[in-house]
Unconditional design. Structure first.
Length: 385
């Protein structure tokens, strides 16, 4: 290639990069008012266009019990009258919590065995049956569908107005899905977020071989192995390579009323700078959270100290970042943990190795446990005063 061809290629690459960045900014940045100030919406919920094409689904079987006992568990539930002329060969419930959707699967029944008229939504004594009345104040559902999948399995789907923890029961005459607020069921709740995903790759190594979305996901999966051995309830924004919007991530944290919201990321310095290295924690000093016991600043400090102490990596400390979407929309303590710089060769070599990813996960685990212990200590002091 001569110098003119090189210049032409460079110009084309620059234009393509500019278009890509413009589209990304348009899709992901918060709105601006006429003066250019950031506009932060309140009480956001995932819209119809935000439904995930893929996600990990919590699947549970059915428990047989008495009607009186089931209805004593919650005054918010869904009741599906059983078809009289047929018996199901299998029944299960899927909890698609990132979509605020519950799905009842019934195998071995005819396609016309159930209809929307068999599905009752009961909310503190108010009963809705059949067609969804989404504007009604006590209506639980936004959408309801009853259809056959794969030619054999009947599925009843309900997209709910808020996130609930469902439990599946049955009596001789009906199936029940009791609905509970997560905070009423679990003492400790964490929302764990593997940054980026899908077409949103995050930052890349200088040779484009390694992607932030892959590194963060592997660390979160190793962290899941540790958390599965505890009694802590953990909600994951993603456990696979798919895109999740910032809106969905913060919505999950707010709906679950989580004690901690931790987002795992990789860092990168300005183009051409390879000297920056180490890990750091981000927080917002402008956003108040609902917690009386833990600030986002304190959470960031605990996490970075524990990770750096366990991994013996450089701790760059905590940094106040007020303009980040997750910070301004999260109503619970939140921190973004930057585990290292992909633009630095030493950090990159460390982050891409399985052994070291497990080490980072262990440091994060210790940090989250310490943050939960900190909350318990503050609660205990308040009760004794």
């Amino acid at each position: 290639m001569n110098i003119r061809e090189w210049r032409k290629l460079a110009l084309q690459c620059t234009l393509l990069l500019g278009i890509t960045l413009a589209v990304g900014l348009y899709c992901n940045l918060p709105a601006l008012d006429k003066l250019g100030n950031t506009v932060y919406a309140q009480n956001e919920e995932p819209g119809e266009g935000d439904a995930l094409s893929e996600q990990d689904v919590e699947r549970m079987g059915v428990v047989y019990s008495r009607k009186s006992y089931i209805e004593s568990l919650s005054d918010v539930y869904i009741r599906i009258t059983k078809a009289r002329a047929c018996t199901a060969s299998a029944v299960y419930l899927e909890n698609r919590y990132m979509e605020s959707c519950v799905c009842l699967g019934i195998e071995g029944v005819p396609a016309d065995a159930y209809s929307a008229q068999d599905v009752e939504r009961v909310n503190r004594g108010k009963v809705f049956r059949g067609k969804v009345h989404s504007r009604a104040k006590k209506e639980l559902a936004r959408k309801l569908s009853v259809d056959i999948e794969k030619g054999k399995e009947l599925r009843i789907r309900l997209k709910l107005k808020r996130l609930y923890e469902p439990q599946l029961y049955e009596t001789d005459r009906a199936y029940y899905i009791t609905l509970h607020r997560p905070r009423d069921m679990y003492d400790k709740i964490i929302v764990l977020d593997a940054g980026h995903g899908g077409i949103d790759e995050g930052t890349l190594s200088r040779d484009w071989k390694y992607r932030e979305k892959e590194c963060t996901l592997r660390i979160v999966k190793y962290l899941k192995e540790l958390l599965d051995e505890t009694d802590i309830k953990v909600y994951y924004t993603r456990l696979g390579d798919w895109q999740v919007s910032k809106k969905q991530r913060t919505w999950l944290a707010n709906q679950t009323e989580a004690d901690l919201f931790v987002s795992v990321h990789c860092n990168a310095s300005d183009y051409g700078d390879t000297t920056a290295y180490g890990m750091e924690g981000l927080y917002s000093g402008r956003k108040r959270t609902s917690s009386r016991y833990l600030t986002s600043r304190k959470l960031a400090s605990i996490l970075t100290d524990e990770i750096a102490g366990y991994t013996d990596r450089r701790n760059r400390g905590i940094i106040q970042r007020n303009g980040l979407y997750l910070m301004h929309h999260s109503q619970v303590p939140v921190s973004i943990i930057e585990i290292g710089y992909m633009s630095n060769s030493d950090d990159l070599k460390y982050m891409i190795k399985d052994k070291n990813q497990k080490e980072i996960a262990r440091g994060l685990f210790r940090g989250m446990k310490k943050a939960l212990d900190y909350i318990d200590t503050k609660k205990g002091k308040e009760e004794h005063e």
